[in-house]
Design a binder for this molecule. Structure first.
Ligand SMILES: Cc1ncc(COP(=O)(O)O)c(C=O)c1O
Length: 400
């Protein structure tokens, strides 16, 4: 099979890796960046530097306009309602920490938070620590060996004590995408706040927040081909009112005295301090560029490569974790330590991820010390996959 990527040309980082004979199969950790993003950053730093929301001068007004236009563009990409509120954070991790702190005042001992067995530490640790601090119950919804959540079972776990359901739309280890809406609907009917972690899912399927009915949605720019250090928390108008400011500082106050203060409503009340202005504007530019691409063609391309990876791993009797159906696959070679294999692959120029993938409880549950992960993006091509399998074969000859 020969499958070039029509989008590879737009990613200078990938082209540079080509000249260094490096193959990037670690996009689930972070994605390479398109020229559109780099151009936006350069343009901002060359021409439009100013702080936002505070200056009376023209450069400040221009920067504020671009910043708020970025917020609007990102909401548009998420296909959110105009009334939904988009709060900028440093990433998915910070968005979830924000939610934890901002909802804490509604919770009391005995209340329940539900997560799935396959959550990234980012969607486990904040809730785990909150549960410890407030004597809450943290319920872990089990998954099938395929990585599929049993939705009926999960719905049956909801009770009058349940207050928050926080769940990932695509696990960074298992890569199994499924329809969560029935569970989200059931939770909402019982007055449970629902959070969807879209850090991985948003990359491979453009979110439609009008169809996906949840209270809160989070994702990170850097996995979505955008700059580092930017994340979003999209909150429904009805849900954002439940949040209480969690960090404090400049530009979030309506009024401030020595002993009391009154805060602005979201989003600004949740964005104290100088935001990551250039990166946020460049994130919007990246998403605007993504909008010009044929997303069905990209999905088809990634699916073809994903099948080639799965077929090749199965042909070599690798132990695949679960039943991945989207863009990534984690596996182990029988009788080979994942770290040894990753080292040999790395020496041959193949960048894959190895370890516990920030999902230690999941790997413990699967009785695994770790695993390797191949993850794909629009710029990968069949040559990347061929090189991966050549290197895998060479490594296995040494290790097995
Ligand atoms: C499913 C999932 N959730 C959350 C995160 C955390 O994202 P970030 O490190 O950008 O905050 C990741 C990162 O790998 C992830 O894969």
């Amino acid at each position: 099979m020969s499958l070039p990527s029509p989008w590879r040309q737009f990613f200078p980082g990938i082209l540079a890796l080509d000249t260094q004979q490096q193959v990037w199969l670690d996009s689930a950790a972070t994605a390479q960046k398109p020229q559109a993003m780099i151009d936006s950053l350069c343009q901002h730093y060359k021409n439009t530097v100013a702080n936002v929301h505070r200056a009376q001068h023209q450069p400040g007004e221009r920067a504020t306009r671009s910043f708020e236009a970025a917020r609007k563009d990102i909401k548009h990409w998420l296909q959110a309602d105009p009334q939904d509120v988009l709060i900028f954070t440093k990433g998915t991790t910070e968005s979830i920490n924000l939610l934890c702190q901002a909802l804490a005042h509604h919770l009391q001992a005995g209340d329940e938070i539900l997560i799935s067995a396959y959550e990234h530490h980012a969607n486990l640790l904040p809730w785990q620590q909150l549960a410890k601090n407030l004597n809450l119950t943290l319920t872990v919804l089990p998954m099938e060996p395929t990585g599929h959540l049993d939705i009926e079972y999960a719905i049956a776990q909801l009770s009058t004590r349940s207050r928050i359901l926080a769940i990932s739309a695509l696990s960074n280890v298992i890569g199994h995408s499924q329809n969560l809406q029935p569970l989200l609907n059931a939770a909402q009917k019982q007055g449970v706040w629902t959070l969807v972690d879209g850090a991985q899912a948003a990359v491979h399927q453009r979110p439609n927040l009008q169809l996906l009915d949840c209270d809160f949605y989070v994702c990170s720019s850097h996995k979505l081909y955008g700059p580092d250090g930017v994340g979003i928390l999209l909150a429904r108008e009805r849900s954002v009112r439940a949040l209480r400011p969690w960090q404090f500082g400049g530009e979030m106050v309506r009024h401030c005295g020595y002993h009391n203060a009154e805060f602005l409503p979201a989003p600004l009340g949740f964005e104290p301090g100088t935001p990551s202005i250039a990166n946020i504007i460049a994130f919007a530019a990246t998403l605007n560029w993504l909008k010009t691409l044929d997303i069905h063609a990209i999905a088809q391309h990634e699916a073809t490569l994903h099948k080639a990876v799965l077929d090749g791993l199965r042909a070599r009797d690798m132990q695949i974790i679960g039943s991945p159906n989207c863009a990534l696959v984690s596996f182990n070679a029988p009788n080979v330590h994942h770290a040894d294999l990753a080292l040999l692959l790395g020496e041959q120029g193949i960048a894959v991820r190895a370890g516990h993938h920030c999902a230690m409880p999941l790997l413990q549950h699967l009785n695994l010390a770790g695993a390797l992960r191949v993850s794909l993006a629009m710029y990968n091509n069949s040559n990347d996959i061929d090189q991966f399998f050549n290197a895998l074969d060479q490594s296995l000859e040494i290790l097995q």
